[in-house]
Design a protein around this ligand. Structure first.
Ligand SMILES: [Zn+2]
Length: 397
């Protein structure tokens, strides 16, 4: 296990930029002039990045490459890009990740690449996963290369930004037995939904439904991933759903993700009914990519009123604790809201939700400073208490 976090371009000046200028110096000059830059604050890492920007209507054909250092060890990496909250309005940012090589019939090598389409418009100052890949940099100088193209063909024109890309080494290497807990951890954690073999088996990595919704166990997918911006602020966790009609999830069993103590089980305002479980120790990803063992709380929201566990009760991993219900007053929209807190906020305030009042009062003035600072404050409240639940399950599975 390695904890090194490769950040190739904290200073994106080290982008490798390739122009498709057809050898025309005038065209080349126009392409070079079209670059703009701006600074953007990353609330998770408390750092500011210099980010490059182009209008998407330049018809310019520029490719920007981010490279994994050639001396990086072979292993699984999560490839992420920082998408700023401004100057990133394209819904069609194309990233191409070189994941391996295969021999050609003529004895050469063919680079295998994976294309990922990113809707930058709905992301706001977040590190966004472009997927998890086994990368072996020694096999070819371009393995791990992330290529970003500036062609979106959107009308009206949008803005496309080129933020930093990073390669986060994952704890488990292929071939390692991932059914065993990490030595630092006292327990394993599974998905809260899905059939037993789906919840307990190898956790899917990098699968997305319709290109944007992470798949959890089996067919269960997250319709509203961690830190997605929506009408209730930044999402604190996952909204787990089965594909199909809204009622496809109705009454489906919810399982305790790990051994723990129920600290709350009952009614909670607009949530409907919720369950909170305290877990003595789980591996929590730190801002620098390393993992630390600490107490965590899992929360299960919009559950059916007849909860199968009560406060003060000890539960075990995989124990059936209730069924999927609805938010208070709702008549449709069954799903399990599931989140993980690494503070004791859910012990003190089981129904806790970040305060949206400053944002609501600045509503209407989308470009105002008040609006943007209110959004930043909501983001800070979320990351102060919650972690990406999918990442947590994978790190502790
Ligand atoms: Zn939710």
């Amino acid at each position: 296990m390695t904890d090194t976090l490769y950040i190739f371009n904290e200073d994106p000046l080290h982008f490798f930029v390739e122009y498709f200028d057809q050898g025309d110096p005038e065209r080349r000059e126009k392409l070079e002039r079209a670059w703009q830059t701006f600074q953007r604050y990353d609330p998770l890492r408390r750092l500011s990045y210099k980010i490059w920007l182009r209008k998407s209507n330049e018809q310019a054909e520029v490719a920007v490459d981010h490279l994994l250092p050639s001396d990086a060890p072979a292993g699984r990496y999560r490839v992420e890009t920082f998408v700023p909250g401004v100057h990133a309005t394209t819904q069609r940012a194309v990233f191409v990740i070189a994941t391996g090589v295969r021999p050609t019939e003529t004895g050469g090598q063919h680079l295998e690449e994976q294309m990922v389409l990113v809707d930058m418009n709905e992301l706001y100052d977040v590190w966004y996963s472009l997927g998890e890949y086994y990368l072996e940099p020694g096999r070819h100088p371009h393995i791990g290369r992330v290529r970003q193209l500036d062609i979106t063909r959107e009308e009206p024109p949008t803005e496309i930004s080129f933020g930093p890309v990073r390669f986060v080494p994952l704890t488990k290497q292929p071939g390692e037995d991932d059914t065993q807990p990490d030595s630092q951890s006292t327990g394993r954690f599974d998905s809260p939904v899905g059939a037993p073999e789906e919840r307990q088996g190898p956790f899917p990595t990098g699968r997305y439904l319709w290109g944007k919704y992470p798949v959890w166990a089996g067919d269960w997918f997250d319709a509203n991933p961690f830190l997605f911006w929506y009408s209730y602020g930044y999402h604190t966790g996952a909204d787990l759903n089965l594909p199909g009609v809204s009622s496809a999830d109705k009454g489906k069993p919810i399982y305790a993700i790990g051994d723990g103590l129920v600290t709350y089980a009952g009614k909670a305002g607009s949530w409907g009914y919720i369950i909170v479980i305290e877990h003595a120790s789980g591996l929590v990803a730190q801002a620098d990519g390393s993992l630390q063992s600490q107490m965590v709380y899992s929360r299960y929201g919009h559950v059916e009123p007849d909860i199968l566990a009560r406060a003060g009760q000890t539960v075990h991993r995989g124990q059936h604790i209730g069924g999927i219900g609805l938010a208070a007053g709702a008549t449709s929209g069954w799903h399990l809201h599931f989140d993980i807190s690494y503070t004791d906020i859910l012990k003190k305030r089981p129904a806790y939700w970040p305060d949206l009042s400053a944002w609501r009062s600045s509503f209407g003035g989308y470009s105002s400073r008040a609006y943007s600072s209110a959004r930043n404050s909501i983001m800070r409240q979320v990351v102060a208490h919650f972690i990406d639940p999918l990442r947590f399950i994978k790190d502790n599975h």
